[in-house]
Design a protein around this ligand. Structure first.
Ligand code: UDP
Ligand code: MG
Length: 250
């Protein structure tokens, strides 16, 4: 009985069918805690999305995509700035795009804020569309996508919507104590840089990001960077990864 009450209370969301609500609904229905008959609903919901997926104009460009992964405070943003400066890539932080969206008063704002505060992962449809919009609006073919994909679903949604695979996947490998220390010291006014949320973000990192990192390791695309040291020391470990592509095929 409880299951059917839950379905009934979700029906207004289904009817209104805006993309943000659908994305949220998709997440609720596919969450392990859901009481709903998951397989059947997953099928229905994914059918709703297939109509929204058009061929991306990005497929026409000669893209060079790098995913930059690592736990909270592992130095992704800092090193991306150095890669931009040295190799002329465009830095696109998924977390920043979401933070920008949440102050823009969009219909997704409240959902994004709650998800970030909980250290959880925003539904892929929302994040990938923000990334897509940004990529399409920038006249450069070298993109550093920082903090994404954070789980297997993110990865598959990117492949499906953007229709591209990364050329490079950087992973900043950093001990947990160091990551926690950096996050709690950075003082950038983020709602999620506090002890309680960092603990949750780390749990999500181990459970959801690591499978993505392992996937790219098996594909031979992963470059693991030891993320302890000064910013310059770490960049000297990053530099050869991109230098090798400078005179390569792309
Ligand atoms: N986030 C998300 N999907 C993404 C990127 C970020 O849901 O693709 C959310 C998630 O809640 C995460 C937060 O934004 O904890 C901050 O992400 P960011 O990459 O800025 O920070 P990091 O955790 O790497 O320090
Ligand atoms: Mg960051």
């Amino acid at each position: 009985m409880a299951m059917w009450r839950r379905v009934a209370s979700l029906s207004p969301l289904i009817r209104s069918s805006s993309s943000c609500k659908l994305a949220f609904l998709n997440q609720v229905l596919t969450s392990p805690a859901s009481l709903l008959p998951q397989v059947a609903y997953r099928l229905n919901i994914s059918e709703l999305f297939t109509t929204e997926v058009n061929e991306s104009p990005l497929t026409k460009k000669d893209l060079f995509i790098s995913f930059v992964l690592g736990g909270p405070g592992s130095g992704k943003g800092t090193q991306c700035a150095k890669i931009v400066e040295t190799f002329g890539h465009v830095h696109l932080s998924a977390g920043e795009l979401l933070r920008r969206e949440l102050i823009s008063n969009s219909e997704c704002a409240a959902m994004i804020l709650n998800t970030i505060k909980e250290g959880k992962i925003v539904p892929s449809e929302v994040t990938v569309k923000l990334i897509q919009k940004e990529m399409e609006s920038i006249d450069n073919h070298k993109f550093l996508i920082d903090g994404f994909p954070r789980n297997e679903e993110n990865r598959k949604a990117f492949e499906k919507i953007i229709r591209a695979d990364p050329d490079v996947v950087l992973f900043f490998d950093c001990p947990e104590e160091e990551m926690v220390k950096r996050v709690l010291n950075r003082n950038e006014g983020r709602v999620d840089d506090n002890k309680e949320t960092v603990k949750k973000r780390l749990e999500v990192f181990y459970a959801s990001h690591l499978p993505v990192i392992n996937y790219y390791s098996q594909k031979g695309k992963l470059y693991k960077i030891e993320a302890v040291g000064t910013e310059d020391e770490i960049f000297e470990r990053v530099r050869p990864v991109f230098a090798a592509f400078e005179h390569g095929p792309k």
